[in-house]
Design a protein. Structure first.
Ligand code: MN
Length: 716
């Protein structure tokens, strides 16, 4: 189409222009032979779509994607062909638009479900690449403009969908021109009678209004030029549907609508806006209460302008809107304006961060029971009126009207939300269910101890906050489940005579975790807690392992008890380097404190303690790696058994003297045996307990003084 190419030629480089020309040809060939319902060749449609994408000021890739938007669907053109010819970005946008259009899942039969599915696709597209949705809007606009050729049923259906989905979408994106056109076109098909009546009502005074506007334009142009303010001035009529809405909503007649026509004054800077306002207010009397500063206080869709209503000649009121060119483009094309400037990258990042919440919201699909519920939740957030609030550092956050500090906190970050303790608005403490207002400065005070409360769910507005609070409780339930699961297992173990600690040693647990494909024992407890596993499933393998290991241990112990040993819990012996070794005194040598001793590691894992001069030590030393260094602890409270042999001449009263001596030295005799040689000499073996070797030595000296005693020696 000549018009598209002609329109683009001025702003495109030669290379860009050639590429666009190729795309026009490509679309024409792809749609060759196809007709619109109007009877015109089909390619009229994609070219009209591409032109309106261009008019919104969007990049060339978007314009080309607009040209090709119906080729994948209807013409058997493949994705890879488009990718090859026009690059990945174009191909992916075309694919995106196609997916939005396709009816998708054929199993969906109810109208509500189908609508939900379509909206879901729309939100996903917005989160992925907003340009896809802008192209879709341009597509819908042209289809609405040519709707008269369709049958009445289709007309009504398309008009309804446009009014319910596409116009609100355009509004949400701040695309003023698109929104007004879509609304007026739908209005005509949805309410033909009201539409006609309204037109008739407006008609009589319309000429007078336009004349007034023309005169005012001249006057203002002159006055502003005299004041040295450069300005571009244009007029606009209020669009039909917004007049209708205002009349219905405010229940007023048409003479109470003061902005039927408006003048637009477009200047270079914000300062010029206010200067121009001053000039204009000095020319006509302003209507009280009608001045609005949407520059200082932008509207909820970020619309910015100065509005004022003046009493013109003949007392006929008219509105003047004053704004910079940037504000104007933003108001007309909204989100599409993000691609308009050469420094577009930064504005796209800004756009990206604005849509971050949507991306995040889409991730919570699993928390909703149905697609319908999920989509409804996002729709509420997406299409509601917005409030603009500020972080303490001046960052603007837009939230659905009715949002609270908790919504704000979760928008900032999940962690901030989860640890919200108090909130301050404009420096004063507010309740957490406070309804935020435009331009509130919100400061969230967090604490690591603070946690979400269930009653937050009663007042939070955004689905994002709702989902995150619910998610927190789901996770918190995990902790409860772990606790409950552990208790269940402990109880079940006790009934079978086991302690939980005995059967949940790390080796056993590792097996268990592997068996059920979990990553740790807490997972197992959690599964027990919520009923995913039974205690029987968990308990039996654990007990099995415990029993097996216990048996092995007992066998090993029995095996190692080669010689008679006396075990003692408080041996008074320290094994160097080995804290927890069981220690026993070997039965052969009876060492006592301060004796030189050695330790020998037996097979049963214990250490047996021998006197250094014990007759057995010699061959134990051959097993050098089993020898450990042992020592007596400093403080000894107990006594140790010892055997002493006394060699004496036999005489009457000898045993009496021995026992007397021991008693006088406070020694408890534990055993005595005597053996007589064929000579007059007797060997007497005594067993008693002593504290240490010094004491033993003094006892032995005492025994040696007894009459007839030849020799006293110790058995080691
Ligand atoms: Mn189309």
């Amino acid at each position: 189409m000549k018009k598209l190419l002609a329109a683009c030629k001025a702003s495109y480089s030669q290379e860009e222009y050639e590429r666009l020309k190729r795309a026009v040809e490509f679309a024409k060939n792809a749609h060759a032979g196809q007709l619109r319902e109007s009877g015109e060749p089909y390619h009229i449609h994609p070219e009209a779509v591409a032109l309106s994408v261009f008019d919104m000021g969007m990049d060339e890739n978007s314009v080309i994607a607009g040209l090709l938007h119906d080729t994948l669907e209807d013409c058997g053109v493949s994705y890879s062909t488009i990718k090859e010819m026009f690059g990945e970005e174009v191909a992916s946008m075309v694919d995106g638009v196609t997916k939005l259009t396709k009816s998708g899942n054929v199993n969906i039969t109810s109208r509500e479900d189908r609508q939900a599915e379509n909206l879901r696709k729309m939100f996903i597209a917005i989160a992925k690449d907003v340009r896809v949705v802008i192209i879709k809007l341009a597509d819908r606009l042209h289809n609405m403009q040519t709707l008269e050729y369709c049958d009445p049923e289709k007309r009504y259906r398309k008009a309804k969908e446009t009014m319910e989905v596409y116009a609100p979408l355009a509004h949400r994106f701040g695309m003023g021109v698109m929104k007004c056109e879509l609304e007026d076109l739908s209005f005509e098909y949805l309410h033909p009678d009201e539409c006609r009546r309204l037109k008739e009502e407006i008609e009589p005074q319309q000429e007078e209004r336009m004349n007034l506007l023309a005169n005012a334009m001249q006057t203002i142009t002159k006055q502003l030029a005299e004041a040295g303010i450069e300005a571009e001035i244009g007029g606009r009529r209020k669009h039909l549907y917004s007049i209708y809405k205002k009349m219905v909503k405010q229940n007023v007649t048409i003479d109470k609508i003061y902005d039927m026509v408006a003048l637009r004054v477009i200047v270079h800077t914000v300062n010029d806006c206010y200067a121009a306002l001053g000039v204009i207010h000095s020319m006509w009397p302003p209507m009280p209460g009608r001045f609005k500063d949407y520059i200082a206080m932008p509207k909820t869709n970020n619309y910015r302008s100065l509005h004022t209503t003046l009493f013109g000649d003949n007392k006929m009121p008219f509105e003047v809107q004053i704004r910079t060119l940037e504000m104007h483009k933003a108001a007309e094309y909204g989100i599409a304006a993000h691609w308009m400037y050469k420094e577009g990258r930064q504005r796209q990042d800004e756009l990206d961060s604005k849509l971050a919440w949507l991306r995040e919201a889409l991730e919570y699909e699993s928390l909703a029971d149905t697609t319908r519920e999920f989509v409804e939740n996002i729709r509420k957030d997406f299409f509601s009126d917005f409030v603009f609030v500020l972080t303490p550092t001046g960052e603007i956050i837009d939230l659905p009207a009715g949002s609270t500090p908790v919504d704000f906190a979760y928008r900032i970050h999940t962690d901030v939300g989860n640890h919200t303790q108090h909130a301050k608005v404009n420096g004063s403490m507010v309740k957490l269910d406070y309804k935020l207002k435009n331009h509130d400065v919100v400061d969230i005070i967090t604490s690591q101890q603070a946690a979400p409360r269930r009653d937050w769910l009663n007042f939070v507005k955004t689905q994002q906050a709702k989902a995150k609070v619910k998610n927190w409780f789901k996770k918190a339930n995990r902790d409860e489940n772990i606790m409950r699961g552990r208790e269940m297992l402990a109880d079940a173990a006790k009934r079978q005579g086991h302690q939980l600690a005995d059967i949940t040693k790390s080796d056993y647990v590792e097996e268990m975790v592997k068996r059920y494909n979990f990553s740790n024992m807490d997972d197992v407890y959690a599964a027990l807690g919520y009923g995913g596993l039974t205690t029987k499933q968990v308990l039996h393998p654990l007990i099995e392992q415990f029993r097996k290991e216990k048996k092995e241990r007992e066998l090993a112990e029995r095996f190692s008890k080669g010689e008679e040993q006396k075990s003692n819990d408080c041996t008074g012996i320290r094994v160097l380097g080995e804290e927890n070794m069981a220690v026993r005194f070997a039965g052969c040598c009876s060492p006592v404190p301060n004796d030189a001793i050695i330790g020998y590691i037996t097979r049963g894992r214990g250490v047996s303690i021998h006197h250094a001069e014990c007759k057995n030590v010699k061959h134990l030393l051959e097993d050098a790696e089993r020898i450990v260094t042992v020592e007596w602890m400093a403080e000894q409270t107990q006594k140790y058994p010892v055997n002493v042999i006394l060699v004496s001449h036999e005489r009457v009263g000898l045993l009496m003297d021995i026992t007397q001596t021991l008693m006088s030295m406070n020694v408890n005799l534990m055993g005595i045996s005597a053996k007589k040689d064929d000579s007059e000499v007797v060997n007497i073996q005594l067993s008693f307990e002593v504290k240490n070797s010094e004491y033993l030595n003094s006892i032995m000296r005492g025994l040696g003084k007894i009459e007839g005693v030849e020799r006293v020696s110790r058995v080691v």
